[in-house]
Design a protein around this ligand. Structure first.
Ligand code: GLU
Length: 397
């Protein structure tokens, strides 16, 4: 009967990150000892001060529909956060709270992109960007970068990708999957190109803002010529270990925010009331309160880089943020591993899953066919064992 499904859903790829996590879960349930390094999910508990705010909200009988764009006091907390952390001035009518940053991105793309519009994606990019653009009947256009440029693009690459059809550029720093962080100067250089094209909008995905190990985070909307054309996306999942709470938000020109509210008014009616109350506690707290998680990720980054660097055929750079490494493993292409011919990164990721029992994600899904993504949002023990297993599964090459 699935032949009766719409063309839209039939042509939509499944999310590679979620698919790999589901496959790992399934194998685990069947008794295979899988180490899951596929999903970008902090392995910490949500901090107690946030959980307590949620418990209190339940007890205070927060159970009704919320305003579609989020509680007024939450939107105020978001404005304060933007000012405190990003030196960005937004009014509450420029804020929309959604069911995760993923919905924030989907809303923005749906309200800006017409069928046939080009949307520029800086590859490697997060898996869902291109599917979200395709759902809006836009054309995802990749601007490729690789390990030799630290996975960043140059202003001339950006300019060469712009056509009359370009409507939106999606940028993401710190980047998922590469961990690259654009400096203020690098973003200013890109903005100089965009200044020449006033009809192009920019979606700046800043969900990994706080998972940053050095280069100060710089919000693209800080550039005054870009402010009126930029949608700043953020959320609570990564920095506050709140992936399942599903809270994302945007700061945007008020006409875009209003359109996003209209969109989600027809789709979700706004997001969960308890999670919104908890989000106020999270955002009002000083950022130092979550620094212990960032420190832990930093030491795991060191560990995984040291361990993976010892493996022949893994070409690595040092990610400056997020919690992924994105090695180039093209050395293995055309080689046989235990009788399995590796033609591409997907073959390699599947090989690791089936033979090393380690779940990673193929770079194909991120627009980087030579790489795989490994999440180090995992315990030291899991990281050490995973790398040992990977080494063993490929040592004969
Ligand atoms: N953003 C995370 C990741 O890239 C969570 C899974 C997803 O929504 O893609 O792994």
């Amino acid at each position: 009967m699935s032949k009766n499904l719409s063309k839209r859903i039939k042509s939509l790829p499944v999310s590679a990150t979620l698919a790999m996590a589901a496959k790992a879960r399934e194998l685990r349930e069947n008794g295979t000892d899988i180490i899951g390094l596929s999903l970008g999910e902090p392995d910490f508990n949500t901090p107690d001060f946030i959980k307590n705010a949620a418990i209190q909200a339940v007890e205070e009988n927060y159970n009704s529909y919320t305003p579609v764009d989020g509680y007024a006091d939450l939107k105020k907390s978001i404005c304060n956060k933007f000012k405190r952390d990003n030196q960005l001035e937004y009014n509450p009518n420029q804020i929309v709270v959604s069911t995760g940053a993923k919905q924030s991105i989907a809303n923005a793309v749906q309200v800006l992109v017409n069928p046939g519009d080009d949307v520029l994606l800086v590859a490697p990019y997060w898996v869902s960007y291109s599917a979200i653009v395709t759902l809006a009947e836009g054309n995802p256009i990749e601007i490729r970068s690789d390990i030799s440029s630290d996975f960043k693009i140059t202003p001339s690459q950006l300019e060469n990708s712009i056509t009359k059809k370009t409507k939106l550029v999606i940028i993401n720093s710190p980047n998922n999957p590469s961990g690259s962080v654009y400096s203020e100067q690098e973003y200013i250089a890109l903005s100089k190109i965009l200044e020449k094209y006033p009809n192009i909008y920019i979606l700046s995905d800043e969900i990994y803002e706080h998972i940053n190990y050095g280069i100060p985070h710089f919000s693209f909307a800080r550039i005054s010529s870009m402010y009126e054309r930029t949608i700043t996306v953020n959320g609570l999942a990564k920095a506050f270990a709140m992936t399942g709470w599903r809270i994302g938000y945007i700061g945007a020109p008020s006409w875009i925010a209003k359109a996003c509210t209209k969109m989600q008014g027809q789709i979700t009616s706004g997001t969960n009331c308890i999670a919104q109350r908890a989000a106020i506690a999270a955002l009002d707290a000083p950022v130092e309160k979550i620094q212990y998680m960032v420190e832990e990720f930093k030491s795991r980054r060191k560990l995984i880089i040291e361990l993976l660097s010892e493996i022949k055929g893994f070409k690595l750079n040092e990610p400056k943020g997020a919690f992924y490494v994105f090695p180039d493993i093209s050395y293995f292409f055309g080689k046989e591993l235990n009788g399995n011919l590796i033609n591409n990164a997907s073959d390699f990721a599947i090989y690791l899953l089936e033979n090393a029992h380690v779940a990673t994600v193929t770079g194909d899904a991120f627009g980087s066919p030579k790489n795989i993504r490994i999440s180090y949002a995992a315990s030291n023990e899991n990281i050490i064992n995973a790398v040992k297993r990977i080494k063993k599964a490929i040592e004969h090459v």
